[in-house]
Write a protein that binds this ligand. Sequence first.
Ligand code: ATP
Length: 299
Amino acid sequence: MDDAVITVRGLRKRYAAVEAVAGIDLEVSRGEIFAFLGPNGAGKTTTVEILEGFRRRSDGEVRVLGVDPAHAGSAWRNRVGTVLQESAAEPGLTVRECMQLYAGYYDAPRDIGETIALVGLQGTEETLGDQLSGGQRRRLDVALGLIGDPELIFLDEPTTGFDPSARRAAWSVIEGLRELGKTVFLTTHYMDEAENLADRIAVIAGGRIVAEGTPQTLGGRERMATRISFTLPDGIGSDDLPLRASTQNGRVAIESERPLADLKELADWALARGLELPDLDVRQPSLEDVYLQLTGGPE
Ligand code: ATP
């Protein structure tokens, strides 16, 4: 595939007795935001570090921007940006100085002021990196990852510890990368983040890819039953309901393959009896429901 930025075939990584990555295939295309999800210990960091050229694989084929990261040189490194979980800010340097230092590592860095603005750090240029708030420091990390104007950016849990508005702001920064035509490989534990940002998602569990798809189709989500739920009206038993339902603590749940028809039947039944269906809720499984199913339930 011409526009493949990352191609992985049969990737394996063993650490003594542990097979952390047990033969995975991945393909990420140019301009995509690709989210890599999985529970703790699933093999995400190991995979990402192999793709970044920081870790050797035991087996398999890996191409990142057409090059094997295990043998890549500085020209390749110039094309790849990494934003790690730990902060990269240098102690004692201001935001601008930090950016200048990092810009010096690259052949053709981005404009410093423009990059600071892209991550929403305008006005903090003269602030010391270690005096930034946690959220601002993370933005500086993203800015440092972008300063070399990479084609491909690895973002490792970019919004961990952010408050809700800082997360939204970070999402628009990541959206901005899409508009710049960058390819983003995003590792996250937040389903709403993957749902909002990702074009495609792969889920890894126990070193294997257990599902791959768009946020809408992952794990067959679009074909899963819709859940209709409501509080059992006073004086009604679950046996009185017109549809097969399960009841727990007075809350009725109906798994429906044809939600519109089932809702009509339910509404007709309730209206004929002058009943309300309190707290009526109709919903498709969330990405989190699907993810928990794929990875074996809550940890
Ligand atoms: P998390 O979400 O907790 O960061 P992860 O999906 O990134 O987890 P990895 O860090 O890739 O998971 O770890 C996968 C498995 O490999 C785990 O069982 C881990 O204990 C093991 N592992 C990781 N690094 C090493 C190492 N250097 N030596 C031995 N075992 C390791």
